[in-house]
Design a protein around this ligand. Sequence first.
Ligand code: NAD
Length: 498
Amino acid sequence: MTVVGHLINGQMTTESTRTQDVYNPSTGEVSKQVALASQATVEDAITAAQAAYPAWRNTPAIKRARVMFKFKDLLEQNVDKICALIGEEHGKISHDAAGELQRGIENVEYACCAPELLKGEHSKNVAPNIDSWSEFQPLGVVAGITPFNFPAMVPLWMYPMAIVCGNCFILKPSERDPSSTLFIASLLKEAGLPDGVMNVVNGDKEAVDTLLNDERIKAVSFVGSTPIAEYIYSTASTNGKRCQALGGAKNHAIVMPDADMDNAVAQLLGAAFGSSGERCMALSVAVAVGDAAADSLVSKMQEAMKSLKIGPCHDAGNDFGPVITQQHQQKVFGYIDSAEQQGATIVVDGRNPNIDGYENGFYVGGTLIDRVTPDMESYNAEIFGPVLQVMRVDTMQAAMDLIDNHEYGNGTCIFTRDGEAARYFSDHIQVGMVGINIPLPVPVAYHSFGGWKRSLFGDLHAYGPDAVRFYTKRKTITQRWPSAGVREGAQFSMPTMS
Ligand code: NAD
């Protein structure tokens, strides 16, 4: 059986004493094994990255950017192969995989702007004959740890910008769907990247802990669930590393009484069930303002859900595929059970999906639950499945209070025709990414991505301009040349321009 290994110093290796099964979620079969890196393997990767760093740091930014131009071309030439790899291990339908890859490629395009983005700031004559400037220097060897749900896009949020800023990179992808991530990284060699600048180690907690504890790693970017994000952030910070750790989510959409309900239902359908709800920006809660809006939303959604097509990843006619593992499938079923037991109404029940010919796949049917209340387990947890819950409130303020009181603050959206209400909402809501009649307000590559509250630990958001700041450290230089004829004696008071 194929073993998915590591990319260290430009070489593929499967060296490992431990492996783990990789499933094809569409069929439920084990399709590959993934090597789980030991501490020694991760340390080899760090050593290779450190050796590559001095030359890469001194490579002109325009030459580093040229590697990214070629990388973008190679990604575009390999779209079908990459989408097939994503589908086989994640279960994502090809049109959805192509969307995630395109979003990743846009981050590579932004990284091509490095020479412009790394330009410093210069001030002449801050005092007579004294000039001062700030420049942005790379950190050294930095690491990324990524989740299963975007095996192409999320790693591409990180390493193109980190590398183009002059750093060397160690990526630890999700062990559940490692192949597309490893294949994409392998294209960098063909794009002209020197060996050792980019390394991939597959693995689990042992690999992650090695990265967190090795003093040669200067910064860690993490994307995954909130408990692990918190662990990564506290451990990395204690060890003196710069860290950004993006966590889980519970994204609410407010449906106002004046909303274009047919449009809201169509938008919610895609945003709740696309990718089987396994997106950190999935809209998983619709908060209807007023019973009339709630009744209309529920009946139209119930009708719309009759057309949902669920099935294996290779059939592009499907709207969404399976969830990642059988264990996760059972967890999602458990949340639906708990909502029912706690008094919610199961309007559309996805607990018995019948996918002809794929009975062992990890499918969950689209599920609609009405009359969900804040005390319910299914409301407080991130379900991460194709489950839309409807809550009923009397006022927009009550809807906003619900959102603000939730522990997560990743994304949110309001469906309304009222510009004043939308403006108030976007100004005051305690959430990092806000949509106005836009269900998935995922920022484009030249803005930055990040939630608030327990959806992000750290100060800087992912990709976009924040990534340039995250992967560089500012140095400010002040210079005078005494040979210009101006000499001063010793000065004991704080230098000023007074
Ligand atoms: P996860 O937290 O289980 O795993 C993420 C990474 O952490 C993986 O590489 C995994 O190997 C590693 N990991 C897991 N357990 C660990 C441990 N005990 N110690 C050290 N490392 C560990 O997340 P997942 O299930 O792969 O991904 C889904 C989660 O990611 C969801 O919560 C989703 O909301 C979140 N997510 C967030 C964003 C965002 O931008 N905020 C984006 C995508 C996914």
